[in-house]
Each structure stands twice: as C-alpha cells, then as structure tokens.
Design a protein around this ligand. Structure first.
Ligand SMILES: Nc1ncnc2c1ncn2[C@@H]1O[C@H](COP(=O)(O)OP(=O)(O)OP(=O)(O)O)[C@@H](O)[C@H]1O
Ligand SMILES: [Mg+2]
Length: 356
C-alpha cells in the first residue's frame, strides 16, 4: 500500500515520459508558448508586463497555500508605506522571490542550492532551511491519510537535490524542455526539501526553468491559476508517479497547463496592449500639454500611482507631478482614492483587465 520505494534520481525511463499522447500535446503546448514569447516581445515596456503578470501570480500561488488577498489590497500595499497585514506580506514576499530568482538567472544563467534556499527563505520568511529533522509526510487534506513520505535524511535530501540541480541547469537528455519542466517539478516536490513553501518555491523554479531554456525572455507564464482550478488532479497525478512510476497523466496535465495558461496570457497581453494604445491616444488628444510616453507607461507599470512615482520617473517637481495626475483624472483615465494620508491614483481599466 502507498509509497514503498525510495524516490529515484533523474532522469526517469524515457518510454514513460515521451509517449505518443505526450508528444501530441507537447506540440500544442510548445506552439502556444512560442506565441506568448513572441507577443511579449512586441510590448515596448517589459517592466509593465512583468509587473502586471507577476502580481497576479503571487496572489494565485499564495492562494493554493490558503492565503487569500484581494488585488486591491495588494496594489495598495505596493503603493503605500504603511504596515501590511500578514497575508498581504506573504504575497508581496512571493513576488519579491520571483524577482530575486529572475535576477539570478539573468546574471548567472543557472541556479545553485543556496539560490533555491534564498527563494524559499524569501517566501516563508524563516531560516529553517533544508529539512534536518525527520517526520515530514504529505497528507491528504481531507482524509488526513498519508499519501507520500519524502526522503527523511538530510544527506539523502542533499544528494537528490544535487542530482535535481544537475538536470535543472543542463539538459542531459534530449527530451523537450517542456517535458523536463514537468519531470523537474515532480522531482522537486517529491524531494520536498523544506518544512514549508515547497509548492511555492517549486512553482517559481518552473518559470525560471523556462527562462533558462529560452522558452521565454521574461517571467510571464504561471501555472498556479491552472493548478488552483484543477487541484485534485494535480495531487492525484503526483501521487500516481510516487506510487506506480506512471508519468503519462501527470506530464499531460502539466503540458495542458502550459498550453492553456499561455493562451490565457496571450489574450491578456493583447488587452493590455490595446488599452495602452487607447490611453496614449486619449492623453494626446485631450491633454496634449502633459502628454509624455513615460507618463502613460508609468500608469501601466504601477496601476496604483502616486505623486512620488511621477516625480521619480519623469524627474519633475511635485507640483507638476500632482498636476499631471489630476489632469489624467479629469479626462477620466485615473481615479483618485485617499489611503491614509496619501492620494493614490488608480488605472481602473487596467485593474479590471488584470483581475480577470
Ligand atoms: N504526492 C505528492 N508527491 C509529491 N509532491 C506532492 C504530493 N502532494 C503534494 N505535493 C507537493 O507539495 C506541495 C505543498 O508543499 P508545502 O506545503 O511545503 O508548499 P507550500 O508552498 O507551503 O504550499 P502550496 O503548494 O499548497 O501552496 C504541493 O504544492 C505539491 O506540489
Ligand atoms: Mg505549506
């Protein structure tokens, strides 16, 4: 019954991870992902795009861990300096961890064990590090039944992690990187190296892996929302690999997640791009005196804007910055909201797009 064997090192047997069904799904997933990469490149301001998608992911990924926050709370937290509620902080930390990982990949092109540790530490804000005490088991949330026992000894965990990293950083097989993505994600979750935050850390590793392999330039494909919506199958298929070494359903699931999420994100980017163009036109026509490309872009980088942001980005006086924001409110592009002592200016239409 249940899990008997020790977790195997990578790679798994090829016939199990490269079936006809998998190859068929792979071609759809990789096409969608390629399209996403191409469309992302047509957006002039990459920061704007990254900010928009990353915050949504931070929210969705934290939700799997039952940390529920609203978009509004998050944007306010990003724009204001006030003290934040604990769960908002967790989501903001997750976002920070994505950026930390992205910077590391850009700088060095690979990850070391200590990088993964620092990602996990940023997410959970604790110093426990790699598991050193036995006793961690994975249970079914509802029934409490133990579904899987990850390696217990620190030496074994470290050994499996070094095998994991070897394959994460370099493709030693000629399997397609999207198949490897699924395999690596399974492996990381099954090693379960930390006491907590393994899911969230693993989901960040997924996006970094896509970037390492040039499947994307920037971190804009996130599977958390898909996993949230198809959670029971996610656990079921992970389990199936643990118990029976049957990979097909699990890999198909992950490839499907990539395809659907890429399509969803493509659609979102189109809508953001449209709104950006409309907004530029509107400011040019209705407030030509204050029109500057960077000003409009700022409203898309920071959907909750404020005087300080304008001062910093456009290098203008507070007085001018305030006038710009007020003018934009007058022509119906922004809506102001008082939070504490600060005035925040919301790009409402963008926020609507980002929400869905
Ligand atoms: N049978 C299983 N085999 C391998 N990994 C599993 C299995 N069941 C669950 N997991 C992984 O464990 C993760 C949860 O671990 P943990 O609580 O440490 O992470 P988290 O980030 O705090 O939570 P969450 O992933 O729920 O947001 C799940 O996201 C999943 O990836
Ligand atoms: Mg947890």
């Amino acid at each position: 019954m249940g899990h008997i064997e020790k977790l195997k090192k990578l790679p798994p047997e090829r016939e199990k991870v490269e079936t006809v069904k998998i190859l068929r799904q792979l071609s759809k997933s990789s096409q969608s992902l390629g399209e996403l990469k191409g469309i992302a490149r047509t957006i002039p301001n990459q920061v704007m795009l990254i900010n928009a998608v990353v915050l949504q992911e931070a929210k969705d990924s934290s939700e799997i861990e039952n940390i529920i926050t609203t978009q509004d709370e998050l944007y306010k937290a990003l724009a204001s300096k006030g003290k934040q509620p604990a769960q908002v902080k967790e989501v903001i930390n997750y976002r920070k961890a994505i950026f930390t990982g992205f910077e590391l990949i850009k700088k060095q092109g690979f990850l070391r064990l200590k990088d993964i540790e620092s990602i996990q530490k940023t997410i959970t804000e604790n110093n426990a590090g790699i598991r050193a005490m036995p006793g961690t088991v994975l249970k079914n949330d509802k029934t409490g039944e133990i579904v899987y026992t990850p390696p217990q000894e620190k030496d074994e965990i470290l050994d499996l992690l070094s095998n994991f990293l070897e394959h994460f950083n370099v493709n030693h097989t000629d399997l397609h990187p999207l198949i490897n993505l699924a395999i690596l994600h399974y492996q990381f979750e099954s090693i379960h190296p930390f006491y907590d935050g393994n899911g969230r850390t693993g989901r960040i590793l997924n996006i970094l892996y896509l970037i390492i392999n040039d499947l994307l330039d920037i971190p804009i494909l996130y599977l958390s929302s898909y996993i949230n919506e198809n959670k029971s199958n996610y656990y079921k298929y992970l389990n199936q690999v643990n118990r029976t070494d049957q990979w097909e359903d699990y890999i198909l699931y992950m490839l499907k997640a990539v395809e659907e999420t890429a399509n969803y994100t493509i659609n979102k980017i189109h809508r953001i791009k449209n709104l950006l163009e409309i907004t530029i036109e509107k400011v040019k026509n209705e407030a030509p005196k204050i029109y500057r490309k960077e000003l409009v872009e700022l409203l898309f980088e920071q959907p909750y804007s404020k005087i300080e942001f304008v001062v910093e980005k456009l290098k203008v006086e507070r007085k001018a910055a305030s006038r710009y924001l007020k003018t934009l409110e007058n022509i119906g592009i922004l809506k102001s909201e008082k939070i504490g002592r600060e005035n925040l200016y919301l790009n409402k239409k963008l926020i609507e797009i980002l929400k869905h």
